[in-house]
Design a protein around this ligand. Structure first.
Ligand code: PGA
Length: 323
């Protein structure tokens, strides 16, 4: 079994076609077929089956493909680590960040990090919580930035920054300006929620369950931008990271509702695989992100929304693993 054969198997799995896999790998179709045949001979089981005009992986093929993806990702990490070991301060840093952190927290961190490690090449992938956990598990990212890690599993987290969540609405909303709003008053509102897989959505569901609220209307919106705009035009209310609405609050497009028990004090975590190997640039970023300089960089970029960030991530009520 060779890396080349595993790469070929993954390309066939991706495309469901020998021809398209060959095109991606820039080899001939017979070369792809020979590679797969060699794997099948090696294992003594079929890996592909015909399906209509295409091709699909057998259960054995799917199982091998999962391991192949991990092997190849580990191999890539090994290559990065070897380069970084030979040339400290150089190499690749692959970060996967949840949308909110990727848009508001990671860029200012990267600016300061880059000033210290100008030779490190950074790849930042931004998606929702589910994507971040998948990238870490699949070793396609060295480091994740997001909310608390799942209770059980292969991923661990180190809290490094506060992440207050508030309920916001248009300044024209009837509850805007009220000094003490009971959570029960929010049941008749339309709730604007992020897409499934989003950490913010998860927190919203937890919040509603904790207060036994069953709003009748939800609007599902696929990004922070859409949620903010929808709230600003009066479509509903939303629970969102204060750091994501700093500009809108400052500009008076949105306002915080004074709901009892809010803001919810949560934290941002640096996420890594428990059993994973961290290449040098990822280790450097992990250490850098916990420094005062890093927090200062984020505070400066966030303006008013950053002003509320405590000097350390372990402020009162920021919670343990459930941060
Ligand atoms: P999200 O994640 O941007 O995917 O909603 C935020 C979080 O995990 O706290």
């Amino acid at each position: 079994m060779t890396l080349g054969q595993l790469r070929t198997l993954l390309a066939v799995a991706r495309h469901g076609s020998i021809g398209r896999a060959a095109a991606e790998l820039v080899v001939t179709q017979p070369a792809v077929s020979a590679s797969i045949a060699a794997l099948e001979r090696d294992l003594g089981v079929p890996l592909l089956a015909r399906e209509g005009r295409g091709i699909r992986l057998t259960p054995a093929g799917e199982t091998l493909a999962r391991y192949a993806a991990e092997c190849l990702a580990l191999f890539e990490q090994g290559r990065d680590a070897a380069v970084a070991a030979a040339m400290p301060g150089r190499g690749r840093l692959r970060i996967a960040a949840v949308t909110t952190a990727g848009e508001y927290i990671v860029p200012p961190l990267l600016k300061s990090f880059h000033a210290r490690y100008p030779e490190v090449e950074v790849f930042l992938e931004v998606g929702n919580r589910t994507m971040v956990l998948e990238r870490l598990q699949g070793r396609q990212a060295d480091l994740g930035v997001g909310g608390s890690p799942p209770e059980h599993g292969q991923i661990e987290g180190r809290p490094f920054l506060a992440n207050p969540l508030a309920i916001v609405a248009s300044p024209a909303h009837p509850l805007a300006g009220r000094t003490a709003v009971e959570p029960a008053a929010l049941e008749r509102e339309t709730w604007l929620v992020r897409e499934p897989g989003s950490g913010t959505r998860l927190r919203t569901e937890e919040y509603l369950a904790r207060h036994e609220l069953e709003p009748r209307r939800f609007l599902n919106l696929g990004s922070n931008g859409a949620v903010k705009q929808a709230a600003a035009v009066g479509l509903g209310i939303t629970l969102i990271s204060v750091q994501a609405v700093g500009l809108e609050l400052e500009a008076g497009m949105l306002t915080r509702l004074a709901v009892r028990g809010t803001p919810l004090l949560r934290r941002w975590f640096l996420l890594t695989l428990k059993a994973g190997f961290l290449p040098g640039p990822a280790r450097a970023f992990l250490e850098f992100a916990s420094t005062m300089a890093a927090r200062r960089a984020v505070r400066a970029a966030l303006g008013q929304a950053g002003a509320g960030l405590p000097a350390t991530a372990a402020g009162p009520g920021t919670g343990g693993r459930a941060g």
